[in-house]
Write a protein of this length. Structure first.
Length: 194
């Protein structure tokens, strides 16, 4: 549910990929009624003549097209030593809005990096418990027929008042893994289409 907010994607082309196991970068914990989890996966995608410039431009176009409002940007930004642009955006969802800082950076040849840090989340219903959703994507050209894709998601979800801590943590972990899988599959389709 939560990851689809950021990574809902548009195409359904065929693709070939090999992904390693999804891992917890930091153990999922319930800290004073706040579930905190960081998930990471690394995949290798078969892609004929991968063009990082096209991937970078296409990914940026898709991400910014989802913005209801662009409050600021493009603003020059450096991300992990790469030149890029930062945008302050608000995305409207069926349950409300998420305001984020989105950074797109690339060397225009071998590496593209996307970093989305949520700033203000205003959602209702069950989504209203979401407190933080940060998404990091790295695409690296390996050779003339493969790219490496790394996806890292950081999620913080507040515990509903009546939910027992142990049950809440188990449910939050399960939900995070399920949504991460959905987001990863969509992201692979999107990257493959660019």
């Amino acid at each position: 549910m939560f990851y689809a907010i950021i990574l809902g994607l548009l195409t359904t082309t065929a693709f070939a990929q090999t992904c390693g196991p999804v891992s917890w970068v930091t153990p999922a914990v319930d800290s004073q009624g706040l579930y905190q989890g960081v998930l990471r996966v690394e995949c290798t995608l078969k892609k004929s003549n991968p063009d990082i410039r096209s991937i970078s431009a296409g990914f940026k176009r898709i991400a910014l097209s989802k913005a209801q409002t662009i409050h600021a940007g493009p603003i020059n930004e450096t991300l992990r030593g790469l030149q890029g642009e930062k945008f302050d955006t608000t995305v409207k969802e069926k349950d409300g809005t998420i305001r984020s800082l989105q950074v797109f950076a690339s060397d225009e040849r071998d590496v593209f990096i996307y970093d989305n840090k949520s700033q203000k989340i205003n959602l209702s219903g069950l989504s209203g418990y979401l407190r933080k959703l940060d998404v990091a994507v790295e695409v690296k050209r390996l050779n003339s027929s493969e790219i490496k894709l790394v996806l890292v998601n950081t999620t913080h979800v507040a515990k509903p008042g009546l939910a027992p801590a142990g049950i809440f943590l188990n449910m939050a972990k399960k939900q995070s893994l399920e949504q991460f899988d959905v987001a990863l599959k969509s992201l692979i389709k999107d990257i493959n289409s660019l």
